[in-house]
Ligand binder design. Sequence first.
Ligand SMILES: [Zn+2]
Length: 463
Amino acid sequence: MRTPPPTPAPPRGSQRKRRKPAPGSRQGPLSSSQSSASVVLARHYLSQRPLRVTCQNGRIASIEQLAEATPTDHWIAPGLLDLQINGYAGVDFQAEVVSLDALLTAARGLRRAGCTRFLATLVTDAWERMLDKLGRLRALRNRSPELTAAIAGWHIEGPFLSEQPGYCGAHDPGCMCDPLPERIRQLRAAAGNDLLLLTLAPERRGAIEAIALAISLGIRISLGHTNASAERISEAIEAGASGFTHLGNGCPQTLDRHDNILWRVLESSGLTVSMIPDGRHVSPPLFRLAHRLLPSGALVYITDAMAAAGAPPGRYALGKMQLEVGDDQVVRMPGQPYYAGSALRPLDGVWRAAAMTRTPWPRAWWRFSQRPAQWLGLPTGLAVGQRADFCLLKQTGNEMPSRVRVFCGGEEAGPILSRCARSSREIRRIEASSHGAPARPRDGTGRRRQVWFDDGGPRRSGR
Ligand SMILES: [Zn+2]
């Protein structure tokens, strides 16, 4: 934790101005260099240990552990990492034309929702058009240091998906095709050396061979929009597939109770499973059950957000589709029950996940930041030499955080709408309106013990 800071990165234009000090911090020059620096005193969100984190030139220069009794009501956590962002703040990544300013608007909107990194996601379209879009977005990203830091890679969801009703979700079956080896190679070429996550249905012809090829080219494979048999899922895992995309979605509303894609995935092992923690894409009971059945490190959260996220309810585009978004932040195809992405803000996802699982927010935060980063081999944040991308949460006692501030490259992004209490209320409302009564807390008092865990993964407190 006390390794010397790396060679400072050159300051971006916006970093030249003097920063406001963060709460629980003091500001002052720490070296003879001209750049400003800030020092943050806060407890680590997992270990609970008080830390002094020094930021310099947009990076974490040092992390020092302080005495346990050091007074602070601030907590420091890495910025959220969302693996599935189709658009945000009115910007649709699927559009034929996306400007640099539009991409920046989306990235800044996400930042104001706690999300400092994301995988820009492209959904099913004609294959050549998908490659073109990827090339154009990538060129824009490479023109901007701000976007290069924010867009950690690309998530290609389709076109190698199930065409069956329900399983295809909002994807156009007419554009779907098989994952031929040359398509996998074309995809790798279009993305250069960038991080690539590809969601495919393993029942497609040639999919197992395609998975093995993709893995050899450094592409991560997540299964999704699939009705593959248990045997086929096992073959896919053996070939190198390591994820499952938005469990509970990308499947029909009604499933065979004896055998369905949910049971097959929950019974499998070796997959990192993403879920949308809004209480609607997956019901709270199913959400909790998945947490009980899957190993603690096997669940990560995504928003699957589209243009309507971070924007008011209304009609928004997702590629060629016009979609409706209501007050419930769910995106639907007009006149159909199928969900087509969400308008969930990442930060709201943390609060809703914590409310549904009835555990303190750090557990949910971990599944929305460090855990997905570990899965994809990305830097996991809060380490010396990493970009100073983190959130500061003000929390008194066992209350939920009352205030969140987001820092990107040491710069504060704001203003932040925490909406912590509102998110918890929304989950209570969803639970109360469901067919079954919500499960009672185990001790029957309505109170639960705090549960914390270390960087290595969740653990229960001593008693
Ligand atoms: Zn999907």
